[in-house]
Design a protein around this ligand. Structure first.
Ligand SMILES: C[S@@+](CC[C@H](N)C(=O)[O-])C[C@H]1O[C@@H](n2cnc3c(N)ncnc32)[C@H](O)[C@@H]1O
Length: 289
């Protein structure tokens, strides 16, 4: 199957949220991915320089090509955004005027047959976004039943978490997404079978969050932003599920930040219909005070 281009979510809204960059500055795109948002920022704000991070080397290859024409205004790093602090130290940058993160996965990752992110594609249980130490295989085959139930409940907000965890442990070893799909579907009660797709989506999300320590990384990024943004600088984050959005919302109401809009910015009807991945997106913007 040909690899689809990743469509950047809320692109114009992100560009507008950084209008303070008209007069220049340094911005970090912490999830540079396919480079769409980075390209938008670089072409709309010709005086900025951009530091791009992604933990996925394949994503960086794509953005490197896409951003080639901006040459000296871009520096790209294969790094987890929880390490933004040390990346900035390594290039002797003290303060930033903008920090952006578009959380979650790109279409390249979701569509990659070998990575196991999608319950609709047969693949080994990997789900690693970068050079992590553990994979989905490790989580499902070595964690205790109690830990698996907690992960599915907390990170997937799935009410059949305990039944699913029990079946997972009984069915070990589990090596592929197909096996996991069968286990999940067979552990939910018949009355709930109608919504098996949403259960699968929640279970896959939960395992992915655990494999990639996504929520802790986000908390660390927000703390680093508090320290590294200039006063008047902006932090904009797009989240795709309520767990992430809750963390961002609370942080933006805490010391050091003032939210720019009361409510999160969500995609227009047109964007929702043309890009289904955008449907759950929420953009929150805060200013450093
Ligand atoms: C939704 S995509 C970003 C797409 C990008 N904004 C664009 O317009 O093409 C999310 C990217 O974030 C990366 N990512 C997720 N968590 C990360 C983390 N903790 N550190 C660095 N990159 C991360 C993923 O590898 C993925 O490439």
């Amino acid at each position: 199957m040909p690899i689809q281009q990743h469509i950047s979510v809320l692109l114009n809204e992100v560009i507008e949220s950084f209008d303070i960059l008209k007069s220049g500055g340094i911005v970090a795109d912490c999830t540079v991915g396919g480079g769409g948002h980075a390209e938008g920022l670089l072409s709309n704000y010709p005086l900025i320089t951009l530091i791009g991070l992604d933990r996925d080397s394949k994503a960086l290859e794509i953005s490197r090509k896409r951003l080639e024409r901006f040459e000296k205004r871009v520096q790209l790093f294969e790094a987890n955004f929880s390490d933004l602090d040390s990346v900035l130290d390594s290039i002797k940058v003290q303060k930033l005027n903008g920090i952006f993160a578009d959380l979650g996965m790109s279409s390249f990752q979701l569509d990659d047959e070998k990575r196991g992110f999608s319950f609709e594609k047969s693949a080994p249980l990997d789900m690693k976004m970068g050079l992590n130490t553990k994979s989905a295989f490790d989580v499902l085959n070595t964690y205790s039943e109690k830990e698996i139930a907690r992960i599915i409940y907390e990170y997937g907000e799935e009410r059949f978490s305990r039944r699913i965890a029990r079946r997972v442990v009984e069915s070990r070893p589990i090596a592929t997404t197909d096996q996991l799909v069968k286990i999940v579907v067979s552990s939910i009660p018949r009355t709930a079978q109608k919504r098996w797709k949403s259960t699968l989506r929640r279970v896959f999300q939960a395992i992915r969050i655990e494999v990639n320590t996504e929520l802790d990384n986000l908390r660390i990024l927000i703390e680093t932003s508090r320290k590294r943004l200039e006063v008047g600088g902006r932090l904009a984050i797009i989240s795709f599920h309520s767990l992430e959005d809750r963390i961002v919302k609370r942080a933006f109401l805490s010391e050091g930040f003032v939210p720019i809009t009361k409510k999160p910015i969500t995609p227009s009807e047109l964007e929702r219909t043309s890009n289904s991945r955008s449907r759950s997106a929420k953009l929150r913007i805060a200013e450093k005070v």
